[in-house]
Design a protein around this ligand. Structure first.
Ligand SMILES: [Zn+2]
Length: 218
């Protein structure tokens, strides 16, 4: 399990990013059975979670203010973004690959969260610039839309930089980057730490998420 020290500093929030060895992070085990039934489609729809095992349909962002209900996403190269208010009153999880970033799923999630205490953000394991070669057309689209920082090397996108740009533009200025690259990060034995779609992993992918602990629970 990969964690963010920034998110870890928020009261009442439990969170974790999945790895190849732990597809569901241990922190989510207590609420795993309550997770929404969803289908991620690389879109920009954001669902508000208000009840256990909610049927949310197609969505790529999930938010809730209800203690004990998890906001969870699946990724395998795309940006897994976890958000929480400083006072622990509201959380969100966003799945943001290049399509989601381009279609503004992050601004959509921030807008859906509305007003409240300041937000902190943690960007989890994401494919790195060196590993993420794309078509010239897509690289040009990203340069036009997000500026040169989005394409720091020839035909290679920096998804973390675009996510951070969108967060800062919306006034989120406490941002933690954790977990390294889903494609090229290796453990001490040389084995991949994460699942990576680009590297060829299909099907079983990594879950990341968070929840607000119910009152009375430590
Ligand atoms: Zn890499």
């Amino acid at each position: 399990m990969v964690t963010s020290s920034l998110l870890g500093s928020i009261p009442r929030i439990r969170h974790g990013f999945g790895t190849a060895a732990s597809l569901v992070p241990a922190a989510l085990t207590p609420v795993w059975a309550l997770r929404p039934a969803k289908r991620q489609v690389h879109g920009s729809r954001v669902a508000t979670i208000i009840e256990p095992q909610q049927q949310v349909g197609d969505a790529d962002g999930f938010l809730t203010a209800v203690p004990g209900l998890p906001a969870i996403i699946i990724t395998a190269d795309c940006v897994p973004l976890l958000l929480a208010r400083r006072d622990g009153s509201q959380i969100a999880a966003v799945h943001a690959g290049w399509r989601g970033l381009y279609d503004s799923v992050i601004p959509a999630a921030l807008a859906a969260m509305g007003e409240g205490a300041p937000l902190v953000a943690a960007v989890g394991p994401t494919i790195c610039t060196a590993c993420y070669e794309v078509s010239q057309e897509l690289a040009d689209d990203f340069t036009r839309r997000f500026g040169p920082a989005a394409v720091p090397a020839f035909r290679h996108l920096d998804l973390r930089a675009v996510a951070e740009q969108q967060l800062r533009a919306a006034g989120v200025d406490e941002i933690d980057h954790v977990g390294g690259c889903t494609c090229c990060a290796r453990d001490g034995a040389g084995e991949p730490i994460y699942r990576s779609y680009r590297r060829g992993d299909r099907g079983s992918q990594m879950h990341s998420g968070l929840y607000i602990t119910p009152k009375g629970e430590k």
